[in-house]
Design a protein around this ligand. Sequence first.
Ligand code: PLP
Length: 253
Amino acid sequence: MTAPAVVLCISGHDPCGGAGIQADIEAVAAAGAHAVTVITAHTVQDTSDVRRVAAVDATLLDEQLRVLAADVPIAAVKIGLLGSAAQVPVLLQFLARLGRPVVLDPVLRAGGGAMLASPGLAAGLLAATTVATPNADEARGLAPAAADLDTAGAALVAAGARHVLITGGDEPGDAVVNRWYRAGHGPRRYVWPRLAGGFHGAGCTLAAAIAARLAQGMEVAAALEDAQAFTQRALAAAVAIGGGRRIPRRIHQ
Ligand code: PLP
């Protein structure tokens, strides 16, 4: 059998298994790709909110990335929660050497409200990013001078992200409107029915699903479309494993 495409997932660990690295592994596996994983931070959290983030030492991250990349042919990278400022130059050097598509989910705040990382960390990686997937709140955090989401999307493209998909799950309204921005094109809107209730790990699921599709050779437009449809299915089948928000059902849908 031919080996599946490999996606390197660089994210935090959520002990609930709804978000973070477990979301990545499941979304990548559901696409038929294989996830290799490097943890940026441990978290203390339940399905309602995050209580503490403890960064992994940047030198450990560096060593793991080097050893892994020397052995395994990585086809695409997904980056989620960043643990510390010291991790940013390690990642920039690694990504420049690797030269593969990078999907960046610039995690700033948990759905429960807790701040997880400062915008400066993810902003430092935009120039190395193929597809950034901020939600509306994160897009505003990364482009604080922007008057509206379209201006924020354009600002993130100007900051170096080749494609930006601003997700609207955290905005009010009967529909969820996601917006795709890239240089030389007007914004493209995707409209999805809003599903009832809150979810824990939706953003991680979408970003990892995009990375898996890029790793398998899909063009960006098709990967964005297909990964959104996959995420919508995972959310429609979401399960309550605790007393807080439901987690997406990424496998065995
Ligand atoms: N914990 C980790 C490790 C994450 O990566 C994220 C989001 O990406 C969260 C928690 C918060 O997820 P949510 O906003 O879906 O609750």
